[in-house]
Design a binder for this molecule. Structure first.
Ligand code: ITT
Length: 185
C-alpha cells in the first residue's frame, strides 16, 4: 500500500482526492501545515512557492494543490485570488459582478505539485470549462461549486455528488494525470 501526504487545509479537496483514489491501494494522509499563498501571476507559481515552504518543514514526499476560478467577463478574476475573494465577497459577490454581463463563460483550473526531497517538483494540470449560473444552486461541494455549471451539464457542481464532480472537474483531471504518474513509480 502506498501512502500520500496531502498538504491542505481544505476538507472538500481532501474528500475529492480520497474518492478518486478509493479504488487504488493508496492511503491519503492530510497534513494541514499551512503555507503562504504568494500573490503570483499563475497557479503554478503559487504551488511552486508552497512546495519550497513545505519542504523546509516536512521530510516526506507530498502533494499540494492550488486551484482557482477564472471568469472571462472579469478578465480572469478571481483567478489566483480565488480564496481571498471567496472569503470576502463569496458566490453572491461574484453573481453581483456578473449581473449585467451576457458572457458567463469561465474555467476552473487545478495545479497539483508532487514533491520529493532533493528533487524538483512535478506539476499536473487540469481544467474544466463551464459557465457561471444565474443563481446559487445545490448544497454539496465547497467554494464556488453552487455557481459553476460545467460544459455539457445543466447541474452546478454543488448539485453533484463527489464522484460525479470528479468526472468533470479540473481537480479530477489533474488527479488522473497524477495517478498515472504514481502508478509508474
Ligand atoms: P489549500 O489548503 O489546499 O490551499 P484552499 O482552500 O486555500 O486549500 P486554493 O487556494 O487551492 O484552496 O483554492 C482557492 C479557492 O478557490 C478555494 O478556497 C475555493 O473557494 C475555490 N475553489 C478551488 N477549487 C474549487 C472547486 O473545486 N470548487 C469550488 N471552489 C473551488
Amino acid at each position: 500500500m502506498k501512502t500520500i501526504y496531502f498538504i491542505t487545509g481544505n476538507k472538500g479537496k481532501l474528500s475529492e482526492v480520497k474518492e478518486k483514489l478509493r479504488s487504488l491501494d493508496v492511503t491519503v494522509i492530510q497534513e494541514d501545515l499551512g503555507y503562504p499563498e504568494v500573490q503570483g501571476d499563475s497557479l503554478e507559481e503559487v504551488a511552486e512557492y508552497g512546495v519550497e515552504c513545505i519542504k523546509k518543514r516536512f521530510s516526506h514526499p507530498f502533494i499540494l494543490e492550488d486551484a482557482g476560478l477564472f471568469i472571462d467577463a472579469l478578465e480572469g478574476f478571481p483567478g489566483v485570488y480565488s480564496k481571498y475573494v471567496f472569503f470576502t465577497i463569496g458566490c453572491k459577490g461574484i453573481l453581483k459582478l456578473l449581473e449585467e454581463k451576457k458572457r458567463r463563460t469561465a474555467v476552473f483550473r487545478s495545479v497539483y505539485a508532487y514533491s520529493e526531497p532533493d528533487k524538483k517538483p512535478l506539476f499536473f494540470i487540469g481544467e474544466c470549462q463551464g459557465i457561471i449560473a444565474n443563481k446559487e444552486k445545490g448544497g454539496g461541494g465547497f467554494g464556488y461549486d453552487p455557481i459553476f455549471i460545467p460544459n455539457g451539464e445543466t447541474k452546478t457542481f454543488a448539485e453533484m455528488g463527489i464522484e460525479e464532480k470528479n468526472t468533470f472537474s479540473h481537480r479530477g483531471k489533474a488527479m488522473d494525470k497524477l495517478i498515472d504518474f504514481l502508478k509508474e513509480k
